[in-house]
Structure formats: C-alpha cells, structure tokens
Ligand binder design. Structure first.
Ligand SMILES: [Zn+2]
Length: 382
C-alpha cells in the first residue's frame, strides 16, 4: 500500500536559492531533453517521407539514451544537482511521452512558473533531528506534524508560490482483510457541483469554496488587465496563485472529509467512470468544483477504502441519465431536472435516479473484475 505525506519545510535564504536553482536546472534539462527527442522524431519523419539520409539513419532517442548520456554531458549547473534528481527529470519526460503514446497531448515545454517540483527517487535524502537532509542542498527545517508509516521510497520537494513542501511516498506491507459487502452506495457526480447518493442524500461543497472561486475569477480578471511584463502584473500573478492554492487546499479538505464519510458508512462505493477529457472541454463546469476536484475525490476515496478493506468501483457512465431504474429509456436534456418514467411511473430528481442506476451497475460486478485499480496517490507532478 502506498501513502504520501506532505510536510512544510522552512529553508533559509541560502537554501532557498539552492532550491530555486535546482528547479531551474531541472526545468532546463526537461526542456532541452524534450527538444532533443522532438528533433529526433522530426528527423525520423523526414527519413520516412524521403527515404534517403546522407548522414545515416536517425535513431529514436529513449529514456535510457538520455540517462546514459547525462553523466558525460553535465553542465556546471547540473553538477550542482544530485544526479538521481536529474535522472528523475528524464523519467518524467519519458512518462509524458508514454502518456502521449497513450492518447494524451504532446509533451510541452515548461515555462518559468510551470516547473515546481523535483524528486529524489531513492536516496540522497534523510530525516535527522526533525530536519530534512537533502544532498547538495543542506539540512532544512521541517514541520513534521505526523508520524510517517512505512518505508520511505521517494522524496519530492515542491514549491507552491512562496512556500516549500516535502512530500514523502511510503510503502506499507500489510495484509488488509476484505470487508464483506453489506452496504453499497452509488454516487452521481453532478454538473451542479454536488454529489447525489443513491439514497437520495446530497453533498454540497462548502460555501467558502464557492466564495474563493468567485474571488479567483475577480483576481484573474484583474490580472488580464495588467500590462505584460510589468511589476504590477507579477504582483497580481502571485495573488492569483495564492487564491489558487487556497482553493486547492479547500478542495482537498472537502475531498478528504467526503471520502472519509463514504468509507466509514459504506462497504462498496460506486462512481461512474469520469471522462476527464470531455469534461475539461466543458466550460460551464468551471464554476463548479472542477473536474480535477472530482478525480481527486475518487482517488482519495479509493485510498481510504483500500486501507479499510473496502472497495471503490467505477462503472460505465453511458446512459445513466437517460434510462429509468426499470430499464425503460427516458431521454432528457440537461434542463430537465425531474425524472418521470412513463413505464413504471417513477418520479424522482434526475441525479437521484442516476445514482441508483450507478449503484445497480456496481452491484452486478464481481469484487475483482472491474474494481478500479488504485492509482498511485503520490505527488501530482507539475
Ligand atoms: Zn421506469
């Protein structure tokens, strides 16, 4: 079982400079390596189209090629960074290429404020006297507010606007007994920022989250009016980033509490499989708890369920809003809020009906076959 622990760290001025330099070096390495792979891919395409190459057939560049070349080609900046941290940068790039081949967008170059984490994947770090010891950086004060369970596997340093965090991922070897499924709940994640449970209950994100979201829109509008590359723009950018952080924390908190409540009350929790890509396109959702927020809720529920020996299942979402519990098709567009079945006479709010259908779909699957494989809940990379 994997777990992630986040603690705030307090670097001194000198250390903060080193942390920022490390980030910058990693970002440059990322961009340069991406450039290299991109160029090589273009050459390959040319070769494919024209067939002749006076300087020989170009090779595809892989993670291994780049990692092997790294020790030889280190710049003076890179020599100041722990070598596994640099390797991890290449690994990240490789992963984003894998995602690309799996149907996601082409890896992008990372701008100045778009590269906020670096990782010690195995060693080069340690905890001593309540401080985090980082190779090539130093011993940084840390607020260790809870015990770490399990063996620490990786250590990631993260910059969030003007604060720094360390994230440890650990692995715990523990036999968890599966709880027999007695209670089951279906959950419809609605367009209107709320969850509807198959027992008819609704869970709404707290009001202050909404308020922060309104504030974000306001601050963002201000930002768009500031002159490019001006001092004021930079100040405003930091302001916006702070509101973002606040929202992120509030969402996370909401997801934690909701996930905890679900796992405490139910043995099997059924969500519909979110089609994140479609949702992102849908702008009217932006105001509600965002798509990323739903994904986070599901991930957290999964990890909590896992620890408790319970299960989370994601079922096919097709038609959950267009049929009746009895199976009769009841097509309705988004404006129709009440479900009214001409066949069996069922009248209920539409989200409630969807939740019941989701629950039923979750009932019908075996415990293992479609159970959602727990995703790694490690740090979300920038
Ligand atoms: Zn019906």
């Amino acid at each position: 079982m994997k777990k992630a622990y986040t603690f705030r760290i307090y670097p001194n001025k000198n250390q903060e400079v080193k942390l920022n330099r490390t980030l910058s070096t990693c970002r440059h390495l990322y961009n340069d390596s991406l450039e290299e792979r991109k160029r090589e891919a273009e050459l390959n395409n040319l070769e494919r189209d024209f067939g002749v190459f006076s300087w020989g057939k170009p090779q595809w560049i892989t993670y291994e090629d780049q990692a092997n070349a790294l020790p030889e080609s280190k710049t003076s900046f890179q020599k100041e960074v722990f070598s596994q941290v640099l390797q991890n940068v290449l690994k990240r790039l490789d992963r984003s290429f894998e995602n690309f081949f799996g149907g996601n967008g082409y890896p992008r170059f990372k701008g100045m404020n778009r590269y906020n984490t670096f990782t010690y994947p195995q060693k080069g770090f340690g905890i001593e006297d309540g401080k985090i010891n980082l190779s090539k950086i130093g011993s940084i004060r840390m607020f260790l507010h809870r015990d770490i369970q399990g063996k620490i596997k990786t250590c990631t340093i993260k910059k969030d606007v003007d604060t720094w965090y360390v994230i440890f991922t650990t692995e715990i070897e523990r036999e968890i007994k599966k709880v027999p499924v007695e209670t089951i709940i279906g959950i419809d994640v609605g367009l209107k920022s709320l969850l509807t449970l198959s027992n008819g209950e609704q869970i709404e994100p707290p009001r202050f989250l909404r308020m922060s979201e309104d504030k974000l829109i306001k601050e963002q509008r201000k930002l768009s009016k500031k002159k490019l590359r001006s001092k004021n723009r930079n100040k405003q950018r930091i302001k916006v980033a702070r509101v973002h952080r606040k929202i992120r924390n509030q969402r996370k908190d909401f997801a934690h509490k909701t996930g905890r409540m679900l796992v405490d009350h139910y043995d099997r929790i059924v969500f519909e499989k979110l089609q994140i890509r479609n949702m992102v396109k849908n702008h009217c959702l932006a105001k509600s708890i965002s798509d990323a927020g739903w994904g986070q809720l599901i991930r957290m529920t999964i990890s909590k369920a896992e620890e408790a020996g319970k299960s989370v299942i994601q079922v096919n979402p097709n038609g959950t809003s267009q049929t009746c519990v009895c199976g009769y098709p009841v097509p309705k567009d988004l404006s129709v809020r009440v479900h009214n079945c001409p066949d069996c006479g069922l009248v209920l709010p539409r989200d409630h009906v969807s939740a019941i259908i989701i629950e039923n779909r979750g009932k019908n699957v075996g415990t293992d076959c479609t159970e959602f494989t727990p995703v790694e809940i490690g740090p979300i990379l920038c």
